[in-house]
Design a protein around this ligand. Structure first.
Ligand code: HEM
Length: 407
C-alpha cells in the first residue's frame, strides 16, 4: 500500500534545490543568461534575428554559414541552457523557415553536432522544448522589479509579432503562479508523515487558493496572444518531427546519427508543474496503457532530468491521498477535494484555450479554403503531434475521478 511508504529523509528547501527547483521561480531557470562567451556570438546573433532573417529569405543561408564550434567552453549550466535554447530556436527556424511546404529534412552538421552535444550534457532532446522556450527564455526589464508581464521580456522569438512573447511569458507566469502551490510540498509531506491532519487541511486549502489564482493569470493569454497568429504562425515553428507527415521519418542530424530521429514539438505539456501536483495529490495519470498515460509519460522525457527525478521522488513518497482517505475526516476530505477541483478547473480552462487557439482557427481555415486531402488529419493534431483533445479530456477526467466527495 502506498501509505506504508516512508519518507527517505526530511524534505526541506535544500531537497528541492537538489532537484533544480528555485524558491522564487520554481521550475523556471532563475535569471537566465543573455550572452555566451564571445566565440558563440554568431549563434546568438542569428537566434536573435529569426523573424527578420526568415522574412528576407536569408535564414537558411546564414545558418549554413555558421562556424562549427566545440561546446567545451560552455562549462556553466546556465551557459549550456542558453546554448540549447539558441540552437533550438535556430533549428526550428531552419527546418520550417517560412512555414510553408519547403521543409528541410537534414540539419547541417555545423548546428547538429554542437546541438546534440549540448543536449546530451543537459539530458534534453535536440529539439526546442518547454524548458528552453519558456523556462529559460525570459528576463526582467528592471532587474530589481517584479515578475509581471509589464516588467518582462523574452530573449528569442519567432515570426508572428507579439505572439511568441505572449505565449511564452503567459505560460511562465501561469507556471510560477501555480508554483506557489508546489512550494507547500515539504509541509504536505511532513504533515502526512506525522499524521498531522490539521496542518495538512490548512495547507491543502492554501494550495487550492494558489491554483485558483493561477487560473486568473491564465486568462491574461487573451490580451497577449492572437488566435490566428498563434494557429497560423507560431504553432508551426513549435511543431516537431514525430508523427508529422511533413517529416515522416523525422530529422537527420548530420554528423551525429546515420538515421533520422523523431522528436515531439514544444508544448506546455512538457511543464512539470501539473504533473507535480498530480503526483503530490496521488492523481494517477501515468498508470495504465492508454494514449493519455503514454502522453504524460512521454512528456517527462522532454523535461530537464532533475525535474523528472522530482516527479519520481514525489511518486515514491507516502501518499497524501491515501492518508486523507484513511482518516475518514470530512473536513480533511473537503480540503483535499478543493485542491483537486482547482486542478480540474484549470484543466477545463485550458481545454477552452485549446478550442479558442487551435480548434476554432482550424475550422475557420477549412471553411475559407478547400483543405487539400491529408491536411485535415494534421489540423487535429497539437503542436506536440498528439491526438490532443482525447488526451486532454482523459487527463481532466482522471483528475476529477480523484475527487473524494462520494467516498
Ligand atoms: C495558446 C495557448 C495554449 C494552447 C493552444 C495549448 C495547447 C495544448 C495542447 C494541444 C496540448 C496537448 C499536447 C500536445 O499535443 O502538444 C496541451 C497540453 C498541455 N498544456 Fe497547453 N496549451 C496552451 C497553453 C498552456 C499553458 C499556458 C499551460 C500552463 C503553463 C499549458 C499546460 C499544458 C499541460 C500541463 C498540458 C498536458 C496535459 C495536462 O497535464 O493537463 N498549456 N496544450
Amino acid at each position: 500500500m502506498a501509505h506504508s511508504r516512508t519518507l527517505p529523509m526530511e524534505v526541506t528547501w535544500e531537497t528541492l534545490k537538489k532537484y533544480h527547483i528555485d524558491e522564487d521561480v520554481g521550475f523556471a531557470l532563475p535569471n537566465p543568461l543573455e550572452e555566451l562567451p564571445e566565440k558563440y556570438n554568431a549563434w546568438i546573433l542569428v537566434a536573435k534575428n529569426l523573424p527578420e532573417l526568415i522574412k528576407t529569405g536569408q535564414l537558411r543561408e546564414e545558418v549554413e554559414k555558421l562556424p562549427m564550434l566545440s561546446t567545451d567552453d560552455l562549462k556553466e549550466y546556465e551557459e549550456q541552457c542558453l546554448g540549447h535554447l539558441a540552437l533550438g530556436c535556430i533549428t526550428m527556424a531552419y527546418v520550417w523557415n517560412q512555414a510553408d511546404d519547403d521543409v528541410r529534412k537534414v540539419l547541417p552538421r555545423n548546428i547538429a553536432v554542437p546541438y546534440c552535444e549540448l543536449s546530451e550534457k543537459l539530458g534534453l532532446p535536440p529539439i526546442l522544448v518547454y524548458a528552453d522556450c519558456v523556462l529559460a527564455n525570459w528576463k526582467r526589464k528592471d532587474p530589481r522589479g517584479p515578475m509581471t508581464y509589464e516588467n518582462m521580456d523574452i530573449l528569442f522569438s519567432f515570426p508572428g509579432g507579439e505572439c511568441s512573447k505572449g505565449f511564452f511569458l503567459v505560460s511562465l507566469l501561469v507556471e510560477t503562479a501555480a508554483f506557489s502551490a508546489v512550494k507547500a510540498v515539504p509541509t504536505v509531506l511532513k504533515a502526512v508523515q506525522q499524521q498531522d491532519k490539521e496542518t495538512l487541511k490548512n495547507t491543502l486549502l492554501g494550495m487550492a487558493d494558489y491554483l485558483r489564482n493561477a487560473q486568473k493569470v491564465f486568462k491574461e493569454i487573451h490580451g497577449h496572444v492572437d488566435p490566428d497568429q498563434f494557429y497560423n504562425v507560431l504553432r508551426k515553428y513549435l511543431s516537431g518531427w514525430k508523427g508529422n507527415p511533413k517529416l515522416p521519418d523525422g530529422l537527420l542530424y548530420e554528423g551525429v546519427w546515420e538515421d533520422p530521429k523523431q522528436f515531439a514539438g514544444g508544448s506546455a505539456g512538457q511543464s512539470s508543474i501539473f504533473q507535480c501536483l498530480d503526483a503530490l495529490l496521488g492523481i494517477e495519470q501515468t498508470t495504465g496503457r492508454g494514449p493519455a498515460a503514454e502522453f504524460i509519460k512521454d512528456m517527462r522525457t522532454y523535461m530537464p532530468p532533475a525535474h523528472r527525478d522530482f516527479l519520481y521522488f514525489l511518486e515514491s513518497c507516502p501518499s497524501t491521498r491515501e492518508f486523507v482517505l484513511s482518516r475518514g475526516d470530512a473536513d480533511l476530505k473537503e480540503a483535499y477535494d478543493e485542491c483537486v477541483q482547482a486542478l480540474v478547473s484549470l484543466r477545463s480552462y485550458h481545454l477552452g484555450i485549446v478550442k479558442t487557439y487551435v480548434l476554432d482557427p482550424a475550422k475557420k481555415q477549412s471553411r475559407e479554403e478547400e483543405t487539400a486531402s491529408g491536411q485535415s488529419e494534421q489540423e487535429h493534431r497539437g503542436t506536440g503531434g498528439t491526438d490532443f483533445m482525447n488526451v486532454l479530456k482523459t487527463v481532466r477526467m482522471k483528475t476529477s475521478q480523484s475527487l473524494l466527495k462520494d467516498r
